[in-house]
Design a protein around this ligand. Structure first.
Ligand code: TMO
Length: 311
């Protein structure tokens, strides 16, 4: 071959994306579930983009954080990157009984719980525990909730148990759920700027810890008995009188047909393993740096090249 042509051919080969060499076992789309909080959106795009690089066709489908697991069991959706113990354990476990695959646990330890900025402790020193917080309930009252305190609760599809928990613990609070996560942060920011009392739903890993000083409120530690046995816990007449785990799991969930239909993609999904810092960084790119989730995914991949390569 003429040297010039050889050179052009070699350059063309080098310029080809890796995906051109990869073999997807099927061109049918792999459907990745998306939820309504930012780390999940970013990291679902991260996994989707890596699979696309390897030649797979990927689609994204929005879903409710509780109903998604049965949809995955049914094969209507195929993969979920972030299943949180604190808010999704029962829906997750029920779907596993119905055939959904537990696709492994991330290294990250998670917590989803009521949360206060630290300045709240100046006005209500006991607010780090649910009883102490409850004694100051009126401080958190709004026109809508007074004389009860307002708990700024999550969108309704993230664990629906807060009103029930308030009842079970006979707390002087009312859960007012926001419609979307951004409203939680707007409420927090406006209270924080004026050092006004606020207690809201938060979780970790999240971007919050790099921007606000605060802590979770301790509730009675969860146990299976809490949800089944009335006599268990501070209220002998109610179940659900406990909080979420302090160090909960974060899992991946998959359709049972994935391994057979797309063995290569399944291998990637099994290797995906996020740490707390990696998840917090994903949220930060959107909630602090203002990127769109998909753009944030590109940046995240760029910042974590070695990890992505190891999948
Ligand atoms: C499911 N979430 C992380 C928003 O608590």
């Amino acid at each position: 071959m003429h040297n010039f042509i050889k050179g052009v051919a070699a350059a063309a080969l080098m310029a080809m994306p890796v995906s051109a060499f990869a073999e997807a076992e099927s061109d049918d789309p792999i459907i990745i579930v998306q939820n309504n909080w930012t780390s999940q959106l970013v990291l679902s795009y991260v996994v989707g983009k890596v699979l696309e690089e390897k030649g797979y066709t990927v689609e994204y489908a929005p879903s409710d954080s509780q109903l998604q697991f049965q949809a995955i069991a049914d094969g209507d959706m195929h993969f979920q990157v972030e299943a949180w113990e604190g808010s999704m354990k029962s829906a997750f476990e029920k779907a596993v009984e119905n055939g959904m695959v537990d696709a492994g646990t991330h290294s990250a330890a998670t917590r989803e719980e009521w949360w206060i900025p630290n300045y709240v402790l100046d006005k209500c020193p006991g607010a780090g525990s649910w009883q102490g917080l409850d004694r100051c309930a009126e401080m958190f009252a709004t026109a809508e909730t007074k004389p009860k305190g307002r708990f700024v609760g999550p969108p309704a599809d993230w664990g629906k148990n807060y009103a029930d928990r308030i009842d079970a613990l006979e707390m002087n609070f009312e859960a007012i759920n926001v419609g979307q996560a951004a409203t939680l942060w707007a409420e927090l920011q406006s209270a924080y700027d004026r050092e006004e009392p606020i207690v809201l739903f938060n979780w970790t890993p999240n971007f919050i810890e790099s921007k606000f000083e605060g802590q979770f409120v301790d509730f009675p530690a969860p146990s299976a008995a809490c949800n089944e046995v009335k006599e268990w816990g501070p209220n002998p007449n109610a179940t659900g009188d406990c909080g979420a785990p302090h160090s909960g799991w974060l899992k991946k969930a998959a359709w049972s047909g994935l391994a057979e239909k797309y063995p290569g993609a399944w291998g990637v999904m099994q290797n995906v393993d996020f740490t707390n810092a990696q998840i917090a960084a994903a949220a930060l790119l959107v909630d602090v740096d203002g990127m769109e989730p998909e753009e944030a995914a590109d940046k995240w991949i760029e910042d974590n090249k070695d990890i992505v390569a190891s999948w």
